[in-house]
Write a protein that binds this ligand. Structure first.
Ligand code: THG
Length: 266
C-alpha cells in the first residue's frame, strides 16, 4: 500500500505559521490528529519559513505532534542542523525529509543518518540545480542510493523523490518525472519512490484536478509514497482507485474497504 505523509503541518500555511509563532499547541495537535485518523503514516513537520529558527521550531513541532498522536514524523528541512535537533526529541523511527546531492547538505546529514533504521527521502537535487530530464534524475538517484546503501541504509528504507517541476514551465516536465519514477523502480529493485504533487500544477487553473490525474499516472509508473493532504477526499479516493487499477490491491480489498468506510462520499 501507498505510504502517506500528511503535508499540512507546514509553516507556509497561514494557520500553521501563526500557531507556531504563538506556540499554540491545540491548533497543531488538531491538524496532526485529523491527518493521522485520515490514514497518514507519517506527519510531515516543516518550519521552513522561519530561517534561523528552524532547529527550535522543528523541535517544538515534533514534541507537540507526538504528545497528541502515537506515530512518527517526517522531519522536513533542508538544514541538517534543524533535522539533528528535532531527532533528539523524536520518539520511534522518523522519516528524514530530505537528503539531496547538494554537497553541504549531503556531507552534514550523512553522518547523522548513517547506520540507522530511519526512513530516508532522497531528493533528486544537486549543486547543479533542479533536474529536468529523466536522465538527470537517474544520475542523481544512482549516486544518492549508492551513497546511502554504502552507509548502512537498507534499500527498503530509501524513498527517492524525483522532484516534480511545473508542467506549465515546460510541457516535458510531467513525462520526464513519470519516466524517472518507472526507471528508478525497475533499476533499483526494492527501493521506493515518493513525491509532493502540488508543483506539477503551478500556474494552471483547476490545480486539484491536475494533481489527482498526475497522482494516478505516477501510481501507474510505480510510485508508492506521497506527500499529500490526507483530508483531501477526492485525492485519497484517486489513490485507492489507481492502486487497485495498477494491480497493487489484491481482490480490490482496500478499494472496497475505502468505499465501505465512506471515503467516496464527497
Ligand atoms: N518533496 C519533499 N518534501 C516536500 C515537498 C516535495 N515538502 C514540502 C512540499 N513539497 C510538500 N508539502 C506541502 C504542504 C502544503 C502545501 C503544499 C505542499 C499547500 N497547502 C495548500 C494551502 O496551504 O493552501 C493547500 C492545502 C489544503 O489542501 O488545505 O499548498 O515535493 N520531499
Amino acid at each position: 500500500m501507498m505510504l502517506i505523509v500528511g503535508e499540512l503541518i507546514n509553516a507556509s500555511r497561514k494557520v500553521v505559521g501563526e500557531a507556531i509563532e504563538k506556540r499554540d499547541k491545540g491548533t497543531i495537535q488538531k491538524v496532526a490528529k485529523d491527518q493521522f485518523e485520515a490514514g497518514a503514516d507519517y506527519i510531515d513537520v516543516n518550519a521552513g519559513i522561519f530561517v534561523g529558527k528552524e532547529p527550535e521550531y522543528l523541535t517544538w513541532l515534533v514534541e507537540t505532534v507526538q504528545e497528541s498522536v502515537d506515530g512518527p514524523c517526517a522531519i522536513d528541512s533542508p538544514d541538517p542542523k534543524a533535522i539533528e535537533a528535532a531527532l533528539k526529541v523524536h520518539k520511534g523511527i522518523p522519516m528524514i525529509n530530505s537528503i539531496s546531492l547538494e554537497k553541504e547538505r549531503y556531507e552534514q546529514l550523512l553522518p547523522i543518518i548513517s547506520g540507522t533504521e530511519y526512513k530516508i527521502i532522497a531528493l533528486c537535487m544537486s549543486d547543479e540545480g533542479m533536474p529536468q530530464t529523466t536522465d538527470q534524475r537517474m544520475t542523481i538517484a544512482d549516486r544518492l542510493i549508492n551513497g546511502l546503501v554504502q552507509n548502512g541504509i537498507a534499500l527498503d528504507n530509501i524513498y527517492v523523490d524525483p522532484l516534480v517541476q511545473p508542467v506549465a514551465t515546460d510541457s516535458r516536465f510531467g513525462i520526464e518525472f513519470l519516466n524517472a519514477v518507472a526507471k528508478i523502480m525497475t533499476t533499483f529493485d526494492g527501493v521506493h519512490t515518493i513525491c509532493g504533487l502540488s508543483n506539477i500544477s503551478y500556474g494552471l487553473p483547476e490545480r486539484k484536478f491536475l494533481n489527482q490525474v498526475f497522482m494516478a499516472m505516477a501510481i501507474a509508473k510505480g510510485l508508492d509514497g506521497a506527500i499529500v493532504n490526507p483530508l483531501d477526499k477526492p485525492m485519497m479516493a484517486t489513490i485507492a482507485a489507481a492502486e487497485a487499477l495498477a494491480g497493487r490491491d489484491e481482490f480490490c480489498m482496500n478499494y472496497i474497504e475505502a468505499y465501505r468506510g465512506g471515503r467516496f462520499n464527497f
